[in-house]
Unconditional design. Structure first.
Length: 398
């Protein structure tokens, strides 16, 4: 039987900085637009609920795109597949720059995400193709961390650009980044997958179906996806909480998002430090439990009328510490749950992350008070994570 591990070709090297850039760009564009939602909504005559869908559509594009690029790159190669995705990302960014209506912008955001998914998926694949065995884990850990760092870092850039130059400046920036990536990938990126195979659609569908019927995998996948994306409702509502409810200026919105980077990084560091001493189930339950308690605390202080900027920062920090604790253990457990399907498991895990993130950003749009809607949705998501881990623990094996 053929091994599920990707072949390693250390003689072919891809610039790590380029893989970092294309991976970061996929998640960066997701939330760089968040601080500008109120400004763009006024310009496009769109409601807050409508503008929040620009985040939902982007996350949906990332979810479905990650299911596509892996099998396609196995057929036509990593390099041409990545160039196609980056080209779509560039064209969609130009389209968003000139949007004159919410519908136009939503279509552009969806197309931009479908292109950006190439960087996330193929960045990981190229690392597996080329990294020496001793560096695969550390290189993949770096790329995986960017899926958490990107949504937290990008609003800082977005808030500065929107405050100083207007919301369209964000897309000028993204067009420039996209053009640079296309050029660098075309000039510097070698083909790293010399072994091509036919695109076996039925085999791919069968593998995904097998994973979806596997209770242990499904529990870890759903739980990890919920833990990772519990911060998305906060990122989608933070402009309205910070600017409209707390009365702070637009340029400060991005800094409220950076707390998610610090919290997730602290949680991840704790997990990495104690991984050999503590069972993974401890990280899963402790992380999800901490996040659930913080989401409940946010709802309580909002209902009581006690919400302040320091309290919002403290609660969000602790919630994302919980995400950092649980997410690495959930990913490790899920991709090893079904031997022989590691690649498909990783792709479906990424899709699940973005799908649940899209659901979270969609649901907060139905609330009339942003902070209340954020807290309620986070309670639902983190509670689902805790329940999913329990299901996976009971399933044991299959």
């Amino acid at each position: 039987m053929q091994s599920s591990q990707q072949a390693i070709y250390p003689s072919v090297r891809a610039p790590m900085w380029l893989l970092v850039l294309v991976t970061l760009s996929g998640t960066m564009a997701m939330h760089i637009f968040v601080p500008a939602l109120p400004l763009a909504g006024t310009d496009l005559h769109a409601s807050a609920t409508g503008m929040q869908q620009t985040i939902t559509y982007y996350v949906l594009g990332l979810a479905f795109g990650q299911l596509i690029y892996g099998p396609v790159s196995d057929t036509i190669g990593r390099r041409p597949t990545l160039l196609i995705g980056l080209g779509l990302y560039l064209c969609a960014s130009i389209l968003a720059l000139f949007a004159t209506s919410l519908t136009w912008l939503l279509f552009a955001r969806l197309a931009q995400a479908l292109g950006g998914a190439a960087g996330i998926t193929l960045g990981r694949s190229i690392v597996r193709d080329t990294a020496a065995p001793g560096r695969v884990t550390s290189d993949l850990a770096l790329l995986n961390l960017l899926t958490l760092v990107g949504p937290g870092l990008s609003p800082v850039v977005g808030s500065f650009l929107a405050d100083q130059f207007g919301w369209r400046a964000i897309y000028v920036f993204l067009v420039g980044i996209a053009a640079l990536m296309v050029y660098c990938a075309w000039r510097l990126l070698p083909e790293t997958n010399p072994e091509r195979r036919s695109l076996e659609v039925f085999t791919i569908a069968r593998d995904y179906g097998r994973l979806l019927r596997h209770r242990r995998y499904l529990g870890f996948m759903v739980g990890g996806s919920c833990s990772t994306t519990a911060l998305y409702p906060y990122l989608a509502t933070s402009p309205y909480i910070v600017h409209e409810q707390l009365g702070l200026p637009v340029w400060q919105i991005g800094w409220f998002a950076t707390v998610t980077i610090v919290g997730a990084s602290v949680g991840t560091m704790i997990t990495k430090r104690l991984a050999g001493q503590v069972r993974p189930e401890v990280f899963l339950n402790a992380g999800a439990g901490l996040s659930l308690s913080m989401a409940s605390a946010l709802l309580l202080v909002q209902i009581g009328g006690w919400l302040t900027a320091p309290l919002l920062i403290a609660i969000t920090f602790m919630l994302t510490v919980g995400a950092g604790l649980a997410s690495p253990a959930a990913l490790s457990r899920s991709i090893s749950a079904v031997p022989g399907l590691t690649g498909a498991a990783a792709g479906l895990y990424g899709c699940g992350q973005m799908a649940i993130g899209a659901l979270g950003t969609k649901l907060v749009g139905y609330g009339t008070t942003p902070a209340t809607a954020c807290a309620v949705v986070q309670i639902l998501i983190t509670g689902a994570a805790l329940g999913a881990y329990r299901v996976a623990a009971r399933a044991k094996s299959a």
